[in-house]
Design a protein around this ligand. Sequence first.
Ligand code: AMP
Length: 284
Amino acid sequence: MQVITSIAEAKALCRYLKKDGTLGFVPTMGFLHEGHLSLVDASVRENDSTIVSIFVNPSQFGRGEDLNTYPRDLDRDLALIKEHGAKYVFYPKAQEIYPPDYKTWITVENLSDILCGKSRPTHFRGVTTIVLKLLNIVLPDTMYMGLKDYQQLVILQKMLLDLNMDARIIPCPIIREADGLAMSSRNSYLSEAERSRALCLSQALKLAQELFSRGERQSSALVAAAEAKIELAGGQIDYIECIDPISLKPVDAAKKDTRMLMAVYIGRTRLIDNCALGITNQLK
Ligand code: AMP
């Protein structure tokens, strides 16, 4: 396996790999779990070469957020990537990605200041900027991303469309622990007691799906039921909304593909989760 740290080397390697076949790309912030590895598996399966990036992107963390404490374990990540059959890892330094005179930022308007963007106003600007930079370096045919970060996925799809980029995104299912908790690097922050309370997110989504399957179509009623479930478990709600899957706008009358998105604090840890209301086989 080859670990590349410089942008020039990554560019040269990726252009060389593309001469010989398709290139799949999996951008991550590291501290890999089975969710990330499912993306690596899909890319390895579907492409001649796969490159995984590991970069804890400072610009997507707000002031007072967890940039400095974000979990990191490079050696373990590299071993897992190798085990899953990807041969190339891009592990750049923040100083090379954002030199001191860095000035250019990408914003996908209207989609970036709602839902998670309300409480994290600079987050998606950081995400779109780093992903555009990585895409320009790697020039992949296909980028693999998780439905776990649903708003991020929609924003990036819009960016690729608006900027006429060639890469396409393959959205991949949310990988969950056996009890339903969506896998996340941030789950490592949870104490044992918080870990069991964190189950309220997937349980609230499941409850909303059950109510939907029994005929409830009022988003306000579905959200109220989910809120009650989370409050009972002591979770502090940032937002819970039923939204249109493409525009991300709130909907009053829920349909099968309406998504419920939520961000909830369990103690000091902010967790996100989501589901389509009418697709019930994905939650445990
Ligand atoms: P991150 O390292 O958190 O930036 O995530 C990197 C990629 O992994 C993003 O495309 C995420 O959506 C995806 N991802 C994170 N958690 C999961 C999960 N539980 N299931 C599937 N994909 C995930």
